[in-house]
Each structure stands twice: as structure tokens, then as C-alpha cells.
Design a protein around this ligand. Structure first.
Ligand code: C5P
Length: 418
């Protein structure tokens, strides 16, 4: 089935009005079109349709209050607004349109509309006299002048027994209008681009049962691969040993050691973007014992000395490769002097950007679901700059990182590829 809204995360505001029943069908159609849908109901909407219906159809608990401590703890309203790639209000009542146009923040939906920077679509549904009133027309004009899309209303028989403009458009027509807006807005900013991501730890074997590893969970790299696929890229994910599902639409290559990761990453070139989010071991045992290393049978104080040798620096090799991607991004995970080491890596490894895990942020780090990044890059005039992203979920952060790469980080000059 074609999914023209794949990658869209739609905040669907449902207002009080008889047309609210059609919003249930709209949720179903939006999901069939590939969008994720988070329903936000106004207080009046609950008089027309139950939250359980929307919850079942959207697969997410409905949000209906600014003051729901549990829901806010799971995802605060600011984060919810940032999560959205599109805000759709359907049905949009005359009152909701007025409050959104005037910047009110007295309920959850109005507040989200004020916070969200994602494009807004309203699907008006009201009595035709309310629709034709100059106040409503002025409010709709205000929203349109700010870039909002108004879908409908249809003209026809109304629930009140009157006839005129004010009927909410049918779900199919709403989805079609959103698909068209998605295509015009270039909803797939990475369409046609090849993105290579490396993620997770590497394990360097000492013998058949022991290895040197690290605590990387791979969550950040997997989130980046998922976000790149959602933005339309053709994504290859080289994954170290992790227990994470493969994101939809992503080609995954599993590896274990730094050497295997090196071979897989270089073998996947050419690419347009490389993001090295893996925690690659810097050293590996010089030799892998063929059999399990035994402890001495005679008691003695002697320990075991293992000779370690350097692993290949995958990131630096990709950045120096004749088929260098246009954008090469590395990660920095240090416990001290983060800024200095990030800037140093930017220069030494000749990459276009370094995303440094901000230390000291609660809930961030290797196995956490949230993270915060300081991204360093060089501008076209050669000066270095930094943007702080998060703290937020790794999913949102991944999207913000890709957006920053596309919008602000200059691509390296094209290489003379043989
Ligand atoms: O120098 P450092 O290892 O701290 O740099 C981290 C960055 O370099 C990360 O992006 C990591 O994926 C990459 N790296 C690599 N190959 C190595 C070591 C690190 O690609 N052997």
C-alpha cells in the first residue's frame, strides 16, 4: 500500500462539534497513509466522541489537558509540539479558530498551536452563519496569512437542518489535501540521498569467549537511521552488537569488531552523508587466542598482559576517502573537556561536524532514551560554531540533528571522484 504521508507526525486537534465523529475515520485514513497521529481533544470534543475511540485508532493515549501530570511526565506539551511535523485541527470550530488566530494558550490544543513551528492545517466545521460571520472570516484570513492551510468547508445540508458552507470535508479529501501539502513542502528533504550511519559498540575478541567492549546501546545511531529514512533517504545502517529492532525501510549490516565495521562502512561508499555514531574501540588485542585463555594451574601472582594495537579510524578514513561523502559527521563522547575535544576532532579528523554528547545532563548518556548534543561545525568562512540540541528524546534529537545538517552545515566541496 502506498504511504504518501510516511514520516509525518501529525498532531490532530479535535474540537467540539458534530463533525468530530468524522475525525475518527480521519485518524484511520491518516495512519493508512503512513502518518503517526497524536490526538488532542478539546473539552467540548469529549461531548461528541469518546477518547477511547481515538486511542484505539491512533494507537496512542489521547491528550486533553495541560494539567494531566502523568501525560506531561511522559511527554511534556512543549516536546509534544516539537514532535509534530504537522498540526491539523479537524473539526476546527469557530471558537478554536478564533483562539488560535489570537494566540490564546488557555487549553492544551491552543497552547500546542502557539508552541508548534510545524505547518498548521484547519478543517473548519460549523453552522454556515458562524462560518460566514466576518469575525470567523477575519480569523481564517489571519491564519492563512501566516501560512496555515484551510481545507474546506464543504457546502451542503447541515446537522442543524440548514443548508450552506460549513460542513467538514470528508476524510479522503482532507488526506488528499495533506498529501499535496506534504509533496509541495518537500516533505522528503532527504529524498534521493544515500545516508550511511554506524551505530552501537564494537566487541574486540580476546579469545573465543571474552571480548573488550563498551556500554554504547546504539539507540542514538538507530534513531538517526530511522529519522533519515522518515525524511526520505536511502539508509544503510552498520550496527555493532546491539539488541535493537531495525528501523522501517533501513538496510542493516550487522558487524562485531572495529575491523568488520571498517570494512562494512568503506564497502558501503559512495554515500551522500556519513554519520559515525558508533562507539568504535580504539584498541584491539594484537592476537585472538584460538582457545579460551586459561588461568595458571599453579597458584601464582602473575597476571595477564594483553598486547593491544590500534584499530583503524573509520571516521577519519571516510573523511579522507576519494569517494568522501558530501557531509561526514562524527560523534564525541568524553567525560571531560568536551568542547575542546570536539573542536579538536573537527580539525583532526577533517569532518564537517562533530556531535558531542553533552555530559552532566540527567537522563542522557549511553543507554538512556534522552540525550543532549552540542554540535560543532565550520562555517563557509572557516570559523567554527556550535548549536546546542536537546535535552530531548533521541528520536526528536535525531531529526533536529539531520535538519541542522541540511539547513546550516555547509557541504564539503565536491571531490574529484575517480
Ligand atoms: O577520537 P574518538 O574515538 O573519540 O572519535 C569519536 C568519533 O570517531 C566517533 O564518531 C566514532 O564513531 C569515530 N571513530 C571511528 N573509528 C575509530 C574510533 C572512533 O570511526 N576507530
Amino acid at each position: 500500500m502506498s504511504q504518501p504521508l510516511q514520516g509525518e507526525r501529525i498532531l490532530l486537534g479535535v474540537c467540539g462539534g458534530i463533525a468530530a465523529y468524522k475525525a475518527a475515520e480521519l485518524v484511520r485514513r491518516l495512519r493508512e497513509a503512513g502518518a503517526q497521529v497524536q490526538v488532542v481533544m478539546t473539552a467540548a470534543a469529549g461531548h461528541f466522541v469518546g477518547a477511547a475511540t481515538f486511542q484505539a485508532l491512533s494507537g496512542r493515549p489521547v491528550r486533553d489537558s495541560l494539567w494531566d501530570a502523568n501525560a506531561e511526565a511522559a511527554m511534556g506539551h512543549i516536546e509534544l509540539a516539537r514532535w509534530a511535523t504537522r498540526v491539523v485541527v479537524a473539526p476546527a470550530s469557530a471558537d478554536a479558530i478564533a483562539r488560535i488566530a489570537h494566540g490564546h494558550a488557555d487549553d492544551l490544543l491552543a497552547t500546542l498551536c502557539l508552541v508548534a513551528t510545524a505547518p498548521l492545517a484547519i478543517v473548519p466545521a460549523m453552522n454556515h452563519r458562524m462560518w460566514l460571520h466576518p469575525a470567523t472570516q477575519a480569523n481564517v484570513a489571519t491564519l492563512k496569512s501566516r501560512g496555515a492551510l484551510a481545507i474546506g468547508p464543504d457546502v451542503g445540508a447541515q446537522a442543524c437542518g440548514e443548508f450552506g458552507p460549513g460542513r467538514m470535508c470528508e476524510p479522503d479529501a482532507i488526506v488528499a489535501a495533506l498529501v499535496a501539502a506534504h509533496a509541495v513542502a518537500g516533505g522528503d528533504p532527504l529524498a534521493g540521498q544515500r545516508v550511511l550511519v554506524s551505530a552501537g559498540p564494537t566487541y574486540e575478541d580476546l579469545d573465543p569467549v571474552r571480548y573488550l567492549g563498551n556500554r554504547s546501546s546504539g539507540k542514538m545511531g538507530f534513531a538517526i537511521a530511522a529519522a533519515a529514512a522518515e525524511l526520505g533517504a536511502q539508509v544503510t545502517l552498520v550496527a555493532g552488537p546491539v539488541h535493537l529492532p531495525t528501523p522501517a525501510g533501513v538496510h542493516r549490516i550487522d558487524v562485531r569488531s572495529a575491523r568488520q565495521m571498517h570494512a562494512a562502512v568503506l564497502g558501503a561508499l559512495p554515500q551522500d552523508i556519513y554519520i559515525g555514531a558508533a562507539a568504535v574501540a580504539d584498541f584491539m588485542p594484537a592476537r585472538v587466542a584460538e582457545h579460551k585463555i586459561k588461568k595458571p594451574t599453579v597458584s601464582s601472582d602473575s597476571g595477564l598482559t594483553v598486547e593491544l594495537v590500534r584499530t583503524p579510524d573509520i571516521l577519519a578514513e571516510v573523511a579522507a576517502h576519494p569517494q568522501r561523502p558530501l557531509r561526514v559527521v562524527g560523534f564525541a563522547a568524553e567525560t571531560a573537556a568536551l568542547a575542546d575535544s570536539a573542536r579538536d576532532k573537527l580539525r583532526r579528523k577533517r569532518v564537517d561536524a562533530i556531535a558531542a554528547n553533552r555530559v552532566g545532563v540527567t537522563g542522557s548518556g549511553f543507554d538512556a532514551d534522552d540525550n543532549a548534543l552540542d554540535v560543532y561545525w565550520r562555517q563557509t568562512d572557516g570559523s567554527e560554531t556550535m548549536a546546542a540540541l536537546g535535552p530531548t528524546s533521541k528520536a526528536v534529537l535525531a531529526r533536529e540533528l539531520l535538519q541542522l545538517l541540511l539547513d546550516r552545515v555547509p557541504a564539503a566541496p565536491t571531490q574529484d571522484t575517480p
